[in-house]
Design a binder for this molecule. Structure first.
Ligand SMILES: [Zn+2]
Length: 347
């Protein structure tokens, strides 16, 4: 959503105060400046994603693909399952509740391929994995009942945050009015005994920590309605992500500044099911009406890599049990990110 004029003025002052220029973007990914290409044609469509999932399902004995429901416009919603032993701990990954946040789905599809390639051999015996990619396919395909004429990206389609009913489905985890959210709750969250979950998003392109634009931000549930045990699990999951991502040349993480409402997955799913959730907001969206939100596609490589590293490092840490003992003191020193021009509550 566009911010009010006053907020943009205040944000601009902050932006200048930190001495940031877009050329300093992490990962050598320049911001969108009206010249750089953002072409949505390079992203998977819902149809090509479905074809890839079906191909992997046919190829991988350990994988089972299930349709958990349909979107407003009737697109299939998928669950990719790796259930080796009911006694194993279970980790779940959710992508693209917001349709214009697609690189998390692109990275997740790579992880699914890796799980069948032998690269993660041995790991799968000790962990159950549930993956729900592209929960908002109508928004991702721009097949919605409201105009997207002012969106920036070129290509075959526009991508939008909202579902076809113009609803933000990551505000629907209590009321559960939208079919995408009903499918997720009825056929995944209520059905499986899940220990950990990462909810993957993209935020605006101009958040910073220590004067440097971040590659992403993370946060545990902040609702008062979860036990300390669940919240500690979330902090340990976040510590695994931080340890693996922040040490890379392109990784630079901040603490997301988010609300306490249970309508949001990070809070609501932790409160309702006792799952240790983590929000991961990666930098820059695939399409938007506001140029401060989108990133040029030169950043796609490291953002896709950030997703792959996040998923594979947490899968390994849950499988080998190291997620149970990791030190969480990084949370005490992790700076909250600063919101720069155009930033709003994106979660
Ligand atoms: Zn989002």
């Amino acid at each position: 959503m566009l911010k009010k004029g006053t907020c943009i003025v205040a944000g601009s002052a902050l932006f200048l105060g930190l001495g940031l220029v877009p050329a300093n973007a992490v990962g050598n990914g320049p911001d969108f400046n009206g010249n750089e290409t953002i072409n949505t044609s390079i992203l998977h469509t819902h149809e090509s994603m479905a074809a890839e999932l079906q191909k992997q399902d046919a190829k991988q004995p350990a994988m089972e693909l299930e349709v958990i429901g349909q979107s407003v416009k009737g697109r299939d919603l998928f669950l990719a399952k790796y259930l080796s032993d009911p006694d194993n701990p279970t980790i779940m990954f959710l992508t693209q509740q917001h349709g214009n946040e697609q690189l998390t789905t692109e990275g997740t599809l790579e992880v699914i391929k890796h799980l069948g390639s032998g690269r993660m051999k041995g790991v799968l015996e000790n962990v159950n994995i549930l993956i729900v990619p592209m929960l908002n396919p109508d928004g991702a395909m721009g097949d919605v009942d409201f105009p997207l004429d002012d969106y920036i990206a070129s290509g075959d389609r526009h991508l939008t945050r909202y579902n076809a009913n113009n609803q933000d489905i990551n505000r629907d985890h209590v009321a559960k009015t939208q079919p995408e959210i009903q499918a997720l709750h009825n056929n995944v969250l209520s059905t499986y005994d899940i220990d950990y979950m990462i909810d993957l998003h993209h935020q605006g392109a101009r958040s910073a920590v220590d004067g440097k634009l971040v590659s992403g931000s993370i946060l545990y549930p902040t609702t008062p309605d979860v036990s300390e045990e669940v919240r500690e699990g979330s902090k340990r999951l976040g510590a695994v992500v931080y340890q693996n991502v922040d040490r890379t040349g392109w990784g630079h993480l901040g603490k997301y500044v988010g609300g306490t409402a249970n309508t949001i997955a990070r809070n609501g799913i932790a409160a309702e099911y006792g799952i240790s959730t983590l929000l991961f907001e990666m930098r820059g969206m695939s399409d938007h009406s506001n140029p401060d939100y989108v990133l040029g596609q030169k950043s796609n490589g490291y953002l896709r890599q950030q997703t792959i590293l996040t998923l594979e490092s947490t899968i390994k840490a849950v499988a080998d049990g190291s997620v149970e003992t990791i030190d969480t003191s990084m949370w005490d020193s992790l700076p909250e990110q600063e919101r720069l021009p155009g930033e709003a509550d994106d979660e």
